[in-house]
Design a protein around this ligand. Sequence first.
Ligand code: KIV
Length: 269
Amino acid sequence: MISLSDLRQFKTQGRKFSCLTCYDASMAKGMEVAEIDTILIGDSLGMTIQGHDSTLPVTVADMAYHTAAVRRANQHAFILCDLPFMSYATLNDALVNAKTVMQAGAQMVKIEGGAWLAETVQVLTRNGIPVCVHLGLTPQSVHVFGGYKLQAKTREAADQLIADCKAVVEAGAAILLLECVPAQMGKEIAELFPHVPVIGIGAGADTDGQVLVVQDMLGLTFGKVARFVRNFMTEQTGETAIVDAFKAYHLAVQDKSFPSKEHTFQVEL
Ligand code: KIV
């Protein structure tokens, strides 16, 4: 089973790692066969599984239920689990809710925000719970942003993002996840922290890992699809097509052919 130390080693070696969201046992087994390195039990399940229009209705019980299903079926990947909307608003809530998802099988929790999470990161880490901080476009704040939009588009906003990353890394964040930011930011932030793996989604080709929502990369998202999504199903056929799409994704991340320029945001900062 891949550990946090393995991910740090991958970073040191320049070996890119793959991550997909996953919510159920069948997909988790397919990802095990395809040797996907890390799995995120994302609160995107509010949309992909539950049919809501945002991640806000998702509960800690939902996250624990899906995490347990995935862990039972996959003994290979490092598993991160989102703490959902408002479940880490106080230190006590963060501890109680992180305990629930860790006991369900997660190896790390992911929380969304910036420098203001420093104390939460420190307290969770001290209690044996590794933390990934998700920055840039943070879907739990969609109503603050007024939509799902590219973040850190100006030098000032980019510098603020860097300051937020520094604050949470100093507090003990073990992984950063950057969503929907210019490719230059993914590169700058991954280079800034030699021992902290940085996962990107719409953050360019230079982050240490890449993540996609599984339904997006299998072509199961109807309506508008984000620029950073590539459909890995289109060239696959036959009984193992889904597993082959996972394998193609894993290889494309490793050989750096995904994401290509068409899947990234190029902004001069
Ligand atoms: O919930 C989720 O799927 C996520 C990814 C978009 C990174 O946070």
